[in-house]
Design a protein around this ligand. Sequence first.
Ligand SMILES: CC(C)(COP(=O)(O)OP(=O)(O)OC[C@H]1O[C@@H](n2cnc3c(N)ncnc32)[C@H](O)[C@@H]1OP(=O)(O)O)[C@@H](O)C(=O)NCCC(=O)NCCS
Length: 118
Amino acid sequence: MIIFAFLMDGLEEPVGKFKYFDINPRNRSAEFEYTINPKWRNQGMGTKMLRTAINYLLATTKLNKLYCQTAAFNIASVKLLDKLGFHRDGILREHHELDGKLWDDYIYSILRNKWKTS
Ligand SMILES: CC(C)(COP(=O)(O)OP(=O)(O)OC[C@H]1O[C@@H](n2cnc3c(N)ncnc32)[C@H](O)[C@@H]1OP(=O)(O)O)[C@@H](O)C(=O)NCCC(=O)NCCS
């Protein structure tokens, strides 16, 4: 697993973390996860971090596909992925337990030739 910490001038703790793992050299894919420090959520940092991390990965590796799993109830995450042009590849039905309730999980991906830099 490779972890990027996102730092901002003047702050001692990272604003967020982006991790990627399960690198498959055959189909050139990798899975990723991301989190923004709760203090900095809903201020555009997640969008900025994901854009930066994916631009960097596509510029510095030969990866063709980046994918992630997110819960259907995770509105901020779903909005973020939709906004960045990710494709919802599939639904893992009733895959995610939270407080006794079973929620769907979504698999999202982006392909190199669909990613819009900037
Ligand atoms: C998901 C996460 C990374 C989003 O980061 P963020 O910095 O809050 O995201 P942004 O501020 O860039 O917002 C992204 C979109 O979500 C919306 N949003 C953010 N927080 C929201 C909330 N609490 N409720 C509803 N919408 C929200 C924003 O309005 C924005 O949508 P818009 O561009 O259409 O206005 C952050 O909530 C987080 O770290 N969650 C915990 C970890 C996690 O769930 N990771 C994802 C699965 S791996």
